[in-house]
Design a protein around this ligand. Sequence first.
Ligand code: C2E
Ligand code: MG
Ligand code: MG
Length: 695
Amino acid sequence: MVVPARAFDHRCDPQVVLDNLADLVFVLDTAGTVLDVNETCLRLLRWNRDDAVGQSVFDIVHPDDVAVAISSLGTLQDKETGTPIELRVSDVDGVWHWMEIIGSNGLLDGGISGLVCVARDITQRRMWEVAGGDVARFQQVLHHAPSITMLLDGGGVITSVNHAFTRLLGHDPSLVVGAALATFVDESSLPLLSEALQTVRGAERRSSVELAMRTTSRQTRLIRFDLVDQLDDPVVGGIIGSGYDISDLQVVRQELEFIAGHDALTGLANRSLLMERLGRMLAEESGVAVLFIDLDRFKPINDLYGHDVGDAVLRQVSARLLDVVRHSDVVARVGGDEFVAVAANAGDRDVASDLADRIEASLGRPYLLDVGPVKIGASVGVALSEPSSTVASLLSAADVQMYHAKSERRGSVEPRAMERRRSAGERRNLAIELAAGLGRGEIVAHLQPVVDLVTGNVVGMEALARWNHPERGLLRPASFIDLVDDAGLDAALGDAVLHSACRVLEDVRVLGFRLELGVNLSLGQLTTNGFCAHVAAIIEPYGLTMSKLVVEITERATLLRNVPRGCPSPEETLGELHEAGVALSLDDFGTGHSSLNHVRRFPLTSIKVDRTFVAAMARQREDHAVVEVVIGLARALGLSVVAEGVETAVQLDMLRQLGCDRAQGYYLGQPMEATSIGPWLIDRRRYGAVTDQQR
Ligand code: C2E
Ligand code: MG
Ligand code: MG
């Protein structure tokens, strides 16, 4: 028989073979530093290559197993092959995996020049070996574990369960075994349970779900279940379910959800919640009226009598607004002295005008305060929904109407209002000027230090856009950033800022500072095709890796507009950046531009508490509590917290005590131009963490 020559010619690419092995392969130097890994290793431990290479392998070995690892690596250096060892290794999420590892010595092989370790994940085997070896003891341990452990059959019936189930929910264990898990689940969570049972039987063979579970005392507790399908395993033969009580976390979440959706001073909805509710009303009903309310003569009262009196007025205004509208209507505070009311079933102009009149009349009545009676007024603008209306179009139409109402009444317009409402012509001119400025390199990054509150070290810099305007001097983003998206200049501006910042980080690396770089992203950038690769192509020539990049997003940057056809959604782009190792930070948290919804929607790494909370922290107990809750919640979700706008030593101290991870602010370091950064860092290293103010 003639064997076809092809059968012998088949040659695989060794790299491809290596990457397709089920086993993890590490190449280490004699000190345990990772020189190379295969794809399986990256996939199973959820590493990215940049972070893996150069890391000490002992950093991921369980502390109790480090001694074994070190000694086995030591003996391997004098042998060709090592003896297999078993130890625990952590993945990026901190989950421990039992591994069986065998090493071989490739130090003298020029192609390898390292110790090759092949590892196999034996977590499951290990668990059930223990069970098989000493069932009684294993079950004892399992029974007294703090979290629920149970076994379900393919139909969701409980075949075995530990004491934690009874301890948390009260049900008699003898009645639990043999009953469907669904029997103990609150009706509201039943659809979630059936979805989770379906998912766990799918290709992934695992799923997680949060279920409201009924207790014997007729309450519910929220339990998070992680389910793993081991029905095919001859020893297990079931779905393993681990459950943790997260009811307390839920209370904190709800509190924070309220805080994130409401104005701290008046308790009214904030802009974020307003937009959400208005969006829902537009989708569900026709005839929605939006009333934009701006107080007249509020500022002089605030200036004359101080903020406390101003705050008292705002609280009374809120109460009156809630009195005038119906219970189902929404009232929000959207600015210092600006409010919005949204009424359903008020599509008729007369109905809406009547409401506007009643609001004006109510707010025009004198306010009785400690300082005596005070009188202010209000201008109200009304917009009615049409089939084509959007949240943004209605709010902006009502705003414009309010502005007309105010100018009619006064015969003049406040300068602040003028600036906020630049005419179309002015916007166009400024956009043309900005485009030219970008071309001339007038847009640069100023960098503000980010300080680690535990070590006191500068760990990163945030890039803040500045326009070196030839006539008007140095401009901050407030005077041009709103134009950038509309004028399609976001890509150009983002690139200019990124280049400018990378250049600085490259310079200071030579001085021994390896810093993270924070950049603020706009909606346009988030919906650009290939944005992630584009960023990598910019930063890498400066010697910066994606894992050193932190992108900061606000809710505003991800809301409001529909994504253009053929473009990725902000979620997709952020997902890609996350995959590439970039950290994501939610900016201005607590202002109504960012809310808790985002904590779940995006793969976040940190939250930046807005500086208004930091500023108010020392003065107001509620603000102190907000920061405290934010930090607690972030902890529970595995996120870190950065405080913005730290201006005093007192604030810094409070944040430290609350366990805040990092901080930024004038007290720690102002945003600085490129040439000042190096000298500032060196000074700081030499003199310790002495701020400009203290020196
Ligand atoms: P942000 O990202 O929240 O930046 C923090 C702002 O707080 C900066 O204002 C910074 O100068 C200011 N700041 C820092 N420390 C203190 C302090 O202790 N006290 C006070 N009162 N302020 C402090 P800036 O530079 O005017 O930037 C304003 C906003 O413009 C930024 O808010 C960010 O959302 C946006 N922005 C800045 N650069 C860019 C950019 O390159 N692209 C985009 N899309 N947006 C940018
Ligand atoms: Mg920022
Ligand atoms: Mg901010």
